[in-house]
Design a protein. Sequence first.
Length: 537
Amino acid sequence: MGRSCRATAVAICFFAPWLTGCRDVAPGGAGTPELRAALFDTIFARTERRESFSGLKNELLGFDPLDEMRALRDSVVAAATENDLYHALARLSNARRDRHLEVLLVPDGIRPADVAGLAVWGAEASAPRQAPVRVLPDYATSELVYFVGDVAPDRRWPGLPEVGARVVEVNGMPVASWHLAAAPYMRHSTEAGLRWKLAEAMTQATAVFPLELRAEPLRLTVESRDGTQRSLEVPFVDPVELTWTGSSEPRYPDLSVERSTPTYDLLMPDEPVDLPFLVLVWRGFRETMVADVDTLVELAAREGLLGHALIVDVTRSRGGSLGAYALQRLQPRPFRTTFGNLRLSDVIRPFVEEKRAEFAARDVNDGGVPETVDDGTWLMDWLEQEVLPALEAGEEYSGDVPFKLAHAPRDSDGVLDPTPVHFRGPFAVISGPSGGSHLDQLVAIVVDNELGPVVGMPAGGYSNTWEWEEVLRFPGTDQPVIGFMWSIGSTVRPNGEVLEGNPADVDEWVPLTSENVERYYPLLLERTLASVGAAGR
């Protein structure tokens, strides 16, 4: 699941206790303090009854999401401008610390002065401009250390910092202070994922951050490896103008790309090696994944490669669906897939109605990717025969079933066998905190079923079954404000734990640092091959 399947609804009118009807419009784009207070109370009440909270995540991060939201009431009430109200609502949503959940700009709703990079209802967000510098977190320490991970040299912006230089200040703020000020505006489910996404956004002209955290041009103070500090200003430009050195991307110098698809790049060693192996640089579980995996297996069977060790680098992967389909073909062992459930609340009936309509149109999908290997019958059978009766009975959650009934019906134990033709050699994964969602599920399946070693760092730690989103209006009026989202179901790892905020651990921890960034991927491959060789002895 890159983005979990998002159910949608339009909230027609929210009533505050003292209002008995709907006015046509609220006074002013940001409303009145009374309207903003009623809006907050509505969001809070709906979150209490709808959200599929991850107790394990809350324990690991040491917070209570409802307490965190409650503490932001005054900031929402005081947000008298559209800019302020947008960022107050974004902070309110982010207080749940769930990477999947965001606020969305809606037609005729509030509009910040700048919308670059902000989510939009029913449309793609506009890409923010990018500085010719990319920043990464240094994971060797618990300190908030960021460093230059890549540059895009050009004579128009001379004097760029060297890769590996430590970031000392951002727009005049010490980097640790900038991190603490920016964190409430960044969606995240784990601390490692937060650091990755903040580093990514640090050098973008993104309206995710309020104006007080932004500057144009971007001002950075960096410290070279020899201890020399210097300050620089770099412009924001259209990302298509930038050509990166690629120092922070997956690079394997002694391997060549044999096949490239939207799902993966297939890499093979340039010279004979003692342990024959292939590397898949995995890009996501999207529209062409099934066909791309089938083609890979056919090629491997034809070329005699099915016995090779297969190493899947997921460090830059997006999410999607049907990862278990890939695992049934890319490795030789049976495995238990992930499970999932639904939080039973007022949105379940309309959610089931949406799924009925999709099923009637045979369009049960997740952003263009089929949600199930059948035609959706398994999913509808569960929703109608188990979920709706449980809702009627007043249950809080549905039972756990194989995830979205994607690979097996509701009475299955979730154990899947390899297909008749599959890779037979050792299997391993190279992982990192950049992505999550369905990627997190794949890594959890590998770890919890002991399918092979996982090397690097845990994935981003976010996954759920479905989300529900709706347009919020000021209570008592017809004026739209924002689109708001709720996570309405949990992903359950094969080991029985909720996955949200609880990524599977790696077998060998190899952190990305300012010292190893330019040789990080050869190092990961070396460690992975050593782990694969040790496991085979």
